[in-house]
Design a protein. Structure first.
Length: 529
């Protein structure tokens, strides 16, 4: 009897059971194949705005990257193997841009919008544009800008100045120096009319005030520029000392520290000096005055009357700065006395100097240098650390003095110590067991999936289908034996042609041989072979 005939002779319940088991095996095999071939999806971005979500999906479609949504559309998932690459490609295109809106708010202005709504949209757009500009800095991950622009007034005494508040979300491990904070403040103040830099407040994500007024620092005696210059000066000396000693003692074998005392006082000097009097012949004459007086003992009229007698006397020369009395002369019996005076003023030799001393001059340097022991390898190739010789220390001292510009008159100090460096203890990082390695975990997960599928399929085959087939064979054997016994007894084969005839033949067999039928039914119930 063939397997098909045996299946046709089975009751309907057993037929349904075999069909269900076969369908389950096929479904498990197909599901396992899809499970193995379907990639593992991971979150690419979550909580995206509608604008960014649409732009990102468009780019994913162009890059042929499969995606799906999770958590009700709040998260965008892509295959785990493509998460990092996709993020980098989207970041190169400036996505996601965030939920900030700029001046595009003004693109869709509706007719009949009030002036208040227009001003509000302009302020929102300006805040968004400023936030986008600040986010372009490499240290800033996100930014929020709030502008407080007062309503303009026609009265001067009622006018108020605008103010701004900036919240910065910095990347982990990043920070902004005072110059960058000042640049952000000037950027915001330059974008809003009548906004002063003093009215811009900048805060980071931890609540730290970054925009501390410079006037407050100056009032407390702290100038950020001077502190920065001092630090740069000390770092410059440290680098020069370590660079000159590294080729001598080797890398990582020298450490240097410099404490600089700088003079930030601003001094201006003006001096005026006069030289001693010099030879009058070599001096420059500033002014000269000569006077001459004639006196007579008898005053008589003489000379030719007319205009010629009223002309001034001819110029006369006299000794410099001297008064020479003239000898009395007599003319026609009259005595004449002549007196001549001469005054000369010379230029004074004067020097005026205006000197302004430079700010940040070095008043004193204190340098400390630590040099490691020298590594020595003996004949047995054993490494030992030995101190430097006095001559080597003297050479190092001379190098450092020349590098730092040592000046005893200035009060500089230098201390060089040769000692063995303590080995840096490496942080003990607990090793991850081999079965917890990501690669091993992936392999184990894949193997576990395969074994689980194989176990289910094996159970269905060897626990359901195979016993059913054995039961079918056993029933077929019992039926064949019963039929043979019946034919042997009645010398007529049982060949039912319909279900009614089969039922009648079974009832006849039960009446004639109840023990045989009981054994067959018992075998069906117990499922024994």
């Amino acid at each position: 009897m063939s397997q098909l005939q045996l299946l046709n002779r089975l009751p309907m319940q057993q037929k349904l059971g075999l069909m269900v088991a076969t369908a389950a095996i096929i479904a498990i095999v197909i599901g396992a194949w899809f499970w193995e071939t379907t990639p593992d999806y991971r979150v690419l971005y979550s909580n995206l705005s509608d604008r960014d979500g649409g732009a990102i999906i468009t780019q994913l479609q162009q890059m042929n990257v499969p995606y799906k949504f999770a958590e009700g559309g709040a998260a965008l998932l892509v295959p785990a193997a493509q998460v990092d690459e996709t993020r980098l490609k989207l970041a190169a295109q400036g996505l996601p841009k965030g939920s900030l809106v700029g001046f595009e708010l003004l693109d869709n202005e509706k007719f009949g919008t009030s002036q208040f709504q227009e001003q509000l949209n302009y302020q929102r757009g300006l805040e968004g544009e400023l936030a986008r500009t600040i986010q372009s800095l490499s240290q800033v991950q996100g930014a929020r800008v709030h502008l407080a622009i007062p309503k303009p007034s026609v009265f001067v005494r009622d006018q108020e100045k605008p103010s701004a508040s900036v919240l910065l979300n910095l990347y982990p491990g990043k920070s902004l120096d005072q110059g960058q904070v000042s640049a952000i403040a000037h950027l915001v103040s330059s974008s809003v009319p009548d906004l002063s830099v003093k009215n811009v407040t900048i805060v980071d994500q931890n609540g730290n005030l970054l925009s501390q007024p410079v006037d407050a620092l100056l009032a407390s005696g702290m100038d950020p520029g001077q502190l920065k210059f001092l630090q740069e000066t000390e770092k410059g000396y440290i680098k020069r000392i370590e660079d000159i000693l590294t080729p001598v003692v080797g890398a990582q074998n020298v450490r240097a520290q410099v404490a600089a005392d700088l003079d930030f006082s601003q001094v201006e000097k003006t001096s005026e000096s006069y030289k001693p009097n010099q030879n009058p012949a070599a001096a420059a004459i500033r002014s000269q005055q000569i006077s001459e007086t004639n006196a007579s003992s008898e005053q008589k009229a003489s000379g030719v009357p007319g205009s010629l007698s009223n002309q001034p006397p001819a110029p006369v020369s006299a000794p410099v700065a001297s008064t020479v009395p003239s000898k009395p002369t007599s003319t026609s019996g009259n005595t004449m006395n002549t007196q001549r005076d001469s005054t000369t003023n010379y230029e004074v030799d004067k020097t005026i100097q205006h000197v302004k001393d430079p700010v940040g001059g070095i008043k004193r340097l204190s340098v400390a240098v630590v040099v490691n022991y020298r590594k020595v390898v003996d004949a047995n190739k054993k490494v030992a650390m030995k101190p430097l010789t006095p001559s080597e220390i003297a050479q190092i001292t001379a190098l450092v003095k020349d590098t730092m510009g040592f000046s005893a008159a200035r009060g500089d100090t230098l201390n060089i110590v040769n000692t063995a460096f303590t080995a840096q203890e490496e942080e003990a990082i607990p090793s991850i067991p081999w079965w917890k390695q990501p690669e091993i975990m992936s392999i184990i997960t894949s193997i576990a999936k395969t074994l689980a599928i194989a176990a289910v399929v094996g159970y269905l085959i060897f626990g359901v289908i195979r016993p059913a087939m054995k039961n079918i064979r056993f029933q077929a054997t019992q039926m064949a034996a019963a039929q043979a016994a019946y034919e042997k007894e009645h010398h007529a084969p049982i060949m039912p042609k319909s279900e009614a005839e089969s039922a009648e033949a079974a009832r006849e067999l039960a009446r004639q041989n109840p023990q045989l039928v009981a054994n067959v039914i018992k075998g069906w119930v117990s499922g024994n072979e």
